[in-house]
Design a protein. Structure first.
Length: 292
C-alpha cells in the first residue's frame, strides 16, 4: 500500500456503530481472542481444575461424614466442597477482574486512547470483565463435570434445581460485580488497591464457608455476624440447598437467600455505577488516564 492510499484511508469517514450492545460485543470478542491466543495456558488451567477436584476428593476422605450431616449438608464432603470451589472463581472475577484490567490498560497507555473514541465507556468496562467470566465458566463446568461424572459426587441437576441455581447464580454475579465496580472506581483514582481488593475477596471467600459449614462459625459470634455482611454467603447457602438437598424455590431458606441477594443488588448496583463513574470522570478531569 503506497502513501496516497494510506492517506485516503484517513480521509474516508467510516460509519461508526452507536449500538452499545455491538460495542460490548466487540470488547468481549477482543478479550476472547486474547484468551484463546494462549493455548498452553488454557491447557494448564484445565489440568489445574482436574487436580483441585481430585485434591478435595481426598480431603473429603478425612472428613467425618456424620459431623457434616449434623450441619445439615448430607454426608458427602466432595459434593459440599464442589459447589463452593466451582463458584468461588466467579467471586474473584467479580471483585478483582475489572480493577486489574483497568490498571493494565492504564499501564499500557491504552485507556487514554480508548477514552477519546466514541465508545460507551460503561460497555467497555463491562466488556473487560468478560475474560474473567469466561475463565471462571471453564473452571465451573470442569469442576462439576469431573466431580459428578468422574468422582461420583451426588448433586441434583434436575431442570427445577438448575433453574433456581441460575437465579441465585445471577444474583450472586450482580451483587458481587457491583462491589467490583466500587473497587475499580477507587483504584482508577488512587492507582493502588490490589492488596485491599485481594484481602476483600479472600475474607469474603473464607467467611462464606467455601470449604466448611457455616455452622462452625457459631463458636465465633463476631465472625458469624461479619459473614452475614457479604452477598456471597447467601448465594452459596442457597446454591448448596438446591444442588445438595434438592430444595425448591419455595423453600423458606432459599427464598430468604434470593430476597437478601435482591436487596444487596438493589443497594450495591447504583453505588457501584456511581463510584465507577466518579473514578473515570476524576481521572479524565485531572488528566491521569495514563499515569500510574
Amino acid at each position: 500500500m503506497n502513501q496516497p492510499e494510506i492517506l485516503q484511508l484517513f480521509r474516508v469517514e467510516e460509519k461508526r456503530s452507536k449500538s452499545s450492545l455491538r460495542q460490548l460485543f466487540a470488547v468481549v470478542w477482543a478479550q476472547l481472542k486474547m484468551m484463546l491466543a494462549y493455548k498452553s495456558w488454557l491447557v494448564m488451567d484445565l489440568l489445574s481444575t482436574l487436580a483441585s477436584v481430585v485434591m478435595y476428593y481426598f480431603v473429603g476422605l478425612q472428613v467425618d461424614p456424620h459431623q457434616l450431616s449434623r450441619s445439615g449438608w448430607g454426608t458427602s464432603y466432595l459434593a459440599f466442597s464442589l459447589v463452593g470451589v466451582a463458584t468461588s472463581n466467579y467471586l474473584w472475577a467479580c471483585l478483582t477482574r475489572l480493577s486489574h484490567s483497568i490498571q493494565h490498560e492504564i499501564r499500557g497507555g491504552t485507556l487514554e486512547t480508548i477514552a477519546v473514541t466514541p465508545i460507551n465507556m460503561l460497555m467497555f468496562f463491562i466488556g473487560l470483565t468478560a475474560r474473567g467470566y469466561l475463565v471462571s465458566l471453564i473452571y465451573l463446568v470442569g469442576v462439576f463435570t469431573v466431580g459428578v461424572y468422574g468422582l461420583g459426587a451426588k448433586l441434583s441437576f434436575t431442570p427445577q434445581s438448575l433453574f433456581v441455581f441460575i437465579i441465585l447464580f445471577v444474583l450472586m454475579l450482580v451483587s458481587n460485580q457491583a462491589l467490583g465496580l466500587v473497587a475499580a472506581g477507587i483504584i482508577m483514582v488512587y492507582k493502588r488497591g490490589d492488596p485491599l481488593v485481594f484481602i476483600l475477596a479472600a475474607v469474603n471467600e473464607f467467611l462464606a464457608g467455601v470449604l466448611y459449614p457455616l455452622e462452625l462459625l457459631k463458636r465465633f459470634p463476631a465472625l458469624q455476624v461479619l459473614s452475614m455482611l457479604f452477598p456471597y454467603t447467601y448465594a452459596l447457602d442457597g446454591m448448596r440447598r438446591v444442588l445438595i438437598l434438592g430444595a425448591s424455590v419455595f423453600d423458606v431458606n432459599v427464598l430468604t437467600d434470593i430476597l437478601v441477594l435482591g436487596v444487596f443488588s438493589m443497594l450495591l448496583v447504583p453505588l457501584g455505577l456511581k463510584m465507577l463513574g466518579w473514578g473515570y470522570d476524576r481521572i479524565r478531569r485531572e488528566g491521569t488516564t495514563s499515569s500510574y
